[in-house]
Structures are given as structure tokens and as C-alpha cells.
Design a protein around this ligand. Structure first.
Ligand SMILES: CC(C)=CCC/C(C)=C/COP(=O)(O)OP(=O)(O)O
Ligand SMILES: O=P(O)(O)OP(=O)(O)O
Ligand SMILES: [Mg+2]
Ligand SMILES: [Mg+2]
Length: 311
């Protein structure tokens, strides 16, 4: 009986230390959805707010805000101080998707399982909806962040600006577009594109979470290395899914890279090697979180989710 009692105790302990990512994701997605819904009210001129809300509230994994909240918690902060930044990150991400889907860029008809913004509202309003979301993201952080010293809020705003501008998303996107149809793209150029187009914003999500909690410069450096690694892994998996997943799974047109004759990691390395490289990057990312011990469980599970996701 003593052994049985011990076993039950051990089982309970192991259950407590296990981390259920799907429960965690559902709970966090719900919190983020509610915060996003509240963030943009419908006022005059309704047309632009409707268009902004159409894409912002169209679903999506909400990985960026969840990474920001999780990092803030891991480094000693709480969800409340990070929520305005988490929402801003999703606004910026949504802007980048609306603009990326425009006829002048990737010319896509579907996003997040729905018609793209310009298909519903026209190119003119879609461009403005992206602009509106981008500007509002910065206002939202500045006006709504509470219980964080102003210098830390300023650092967050500065990081967000860097991640979205020519040193980040915009720079990556411009080289991405330039490389379309070219067959002699090097791994270095591909890395540049993805480190800027994708990893820069994921890095901002994680680092801003740390800045808001007031974590140390050494820990910020660890967070940078973690997020740069998961950022590249994220894009390798994105390239793999473009080949292996269906439109239903992705909520957007599949096989676009091949059609646009884009050089991708699978086209350079093959599918198997690409999967292996993504796995190695995630392992390297998680090694950076060792000093955070048990507190790192959500961020470790989120890193592995990046390689196992189906959309
Ligand atoms: C400044 C701008 C507009 C940045 C866009 C950044 C971005 C990550 C676009 C989506 O990439 P993708 O076109 O490779 O992927 P998807 O298949 O999701 O369109
Ligand atoms: O889940 P989403 O729609 O936010 O897309 P991504 O895969 O870029 O995170
Ligand atoms: Mg694109
Ligand atoms: Mg695209």
C-alpha cells in the first residue's frame, strides 16, 4: 500500500510537471482574441475599421502575442503588462499579411481561411487598413501599457520599429520580391530574407516580453538567440508546409512558392534535410533557455510546436 501511495504521489507530481501545450494554446488564444476584439472599436469612418477588424479577427494561431506573453511571464512579469504589446504585435503581423497578399506583391486570394482583405474591400482600402493597423500598433503600446517604467515602454516601441522597418520585415520582403523567378539564390540570401521577413518580428515578440518584465541584458541576449533560431525554423517549416499541406489546412493557397518559382529551403536542401535543419534550430533555441529551468516550459513547448504544426 505504501508503494501504491508513493506511485500515486509520483504520478501526481509528474502530471503537474507535464505541460499540456494544446490546453495552454487554447487558453491563451482565447485571452488574445478577447483583447484584440476590444482593441479596435467600430467608429466613423466604419469602412476602414471594418476592414482592419476583418483581417485582425480572422483567426490565425496568435503565435506572436502568445510568445510575448509567455516570455514576459517566464522572466518574472505578468500577462497584463504585456497584453497591449502582444496585441500590437498581432496588428503589425496582420498588416504585413494584408500588404503581402496585395496584387502588387503575392497576389493571393485566401488568408486565414477567408478571402484576402483586398478581395473584400478593394486594394485601396486594404492598403489603408494595413497602414491603419501599423500606426495603431504603436499608439496602442504607448497609450495602454500600464505598470511598466516609461523607459522600458520606449525600448519596446524602438524594438517594434526596428523589426517592422527596412532593418526587418520591409527589408526581408523587398529582397524576397527581388528574388522571385531567380534560380541562383544562395543560402546566404535566403537566410537574409527569412531572418528579416519572418525572424525579426518573432524576435521582437520574445524580446519585448523580456523588456516589459525588466529582465537583465544577459537574459535579453539569450532571448535574442532563442528567437532568432525559432524564427528561422518557423520559415523553414513554412516552406515545407507550402509543399506538403493542403489549402484547407493552411487557410491560404498551397504550392505558391513553386508557382512563383521561388527558391526555398526545401528547393535547396530537399524536404528531409529541411526538416532536420528546423529541428536542429529548435534544439539550439531551447538550449538557450536552460537557466530559466521549469519556467521555460511554455517557451520550449512553443518552439517544438513551430516544427510540429500543420498550418
Ligand atoms: C512588409 C511586409 C508586407 C512584409 C511581409 C512579411 C511576411 C512574413 C509575409 C508572408 O510571407 P510569405 O509570402 O512567404 O508567406 P505566405 O504564404 O503566408 O503569404
Ligand atoms: O497563424 P497566422 O495566420 O498568424 O500565420 P503565421 O503562420 O504567419 O503565424
Ligand atoms: Mg510574400
Ligand atoms: Mg505571401
Amino acid at each position: 500500500m505504501v508503494a501504491a501511495d508513493n506511485l500515486t504521489k509520483n504520478e501526481t507530481q509528474s502530471k503537474q510537471s507535464r505541460f499540456d501545450l494544446s490546453v495552454y494554446l487554447k487558453e491563451r488564444q482565447k485571452l488574445v482574441e478577447a483583447a484584440l476584439d476590444k482593441s479596435i472599436p467600430m467608429v466613423y469612418p466604419e469602412k476602414i475599421y471594418e476592414s482592419m477588424r476583418y483581417s485582425l479577427l480572422a483567426g490565425g494561431k496568435r503565435l506572436r502575442p502568445i510568445l510575448c506573453l509567455a516570455t514576459c511571464e517566464m522572466t518574472g512579469g505578468n500577462i497584463d503588462i504585456a497584453m497591449p504589446t502582444a496585441c500590437a504585435l498581432e496588428m503589425i503581423h496582420t498588416m504585413s499579411l494584408i500588404h503581402d497578399d496585395l496584387p502588387a506583391m503575392d497576389n493571393d486570394d485566401y488568408r486565414r481561411g477567408k478571402l484576402t482583405n483586398h478581395k473584400v474591400y478593394g486594394d485601396d482600402v486594404a492598403i489603408l487598413a494595413g497602414d491603419g493597423l501599423l500606426a495603431y500598433a504603436f499608439e496602442y503600446v504607448a497609450a495602454n501599457t500600464q505598470n511598466v517604467p516609461a523607459t522600458q515602454v520606449l525600448q519596446v516601441i524602438s524594438r517594434l520599429g526596428r523589426a517592422v522597418g527596412a532593418a526587418g520585415l520591409v527589408g526581408g520582403q523587398v529582397v524576397d520580391l527581388e528574388m522571385e523567378g531567380k534560380t541562383d539564390v544562395s543560402v546566404e540570401t535566403l537566410n537574409f530574407i527569412h531572418n528579416h521577413k519572418t525572424a525579426a518580428l518573432l524576435e521582437a515578440c520574445v524580446v519585448c516580453g523580456g523588456i516589459l518584465s525588466g529582465t537583465s541584458p544577459e537574459d535579453i541576449q539569450r532571448l535574442e538567440r532563442y528567437s532568432q533560431n525559432i524564427g528561422l525554423a518557423f520559415q523553414i517549416v513554412d516552406d515545407i508546409l507550402d509543399i506538403t499541406a493542403t489549402q484547407e489546412q493552411l487557410g491560404k493557397t498551397a504550392g505558391k512558392d513553386l508557382e512563383a518559382q521561388k527558391v526555398t529551403y526545401p528547393s535547396l536542401w530537399g524536404l528531409e534535410e529541411s526538416k532536420k535543419q528546423a529541428q536542429l534550430l529548435v534544439e539550439a533555441a531551447c538550449a538557450e533557455l536552460e537557466p530559466f529551468g521549469e519556467q521555460a516550459k511554455p517557451l520550449i513547448a512553443l518552439a517544438y510546436f513551430i516544427t510540429s504544426r500543420k498550418n
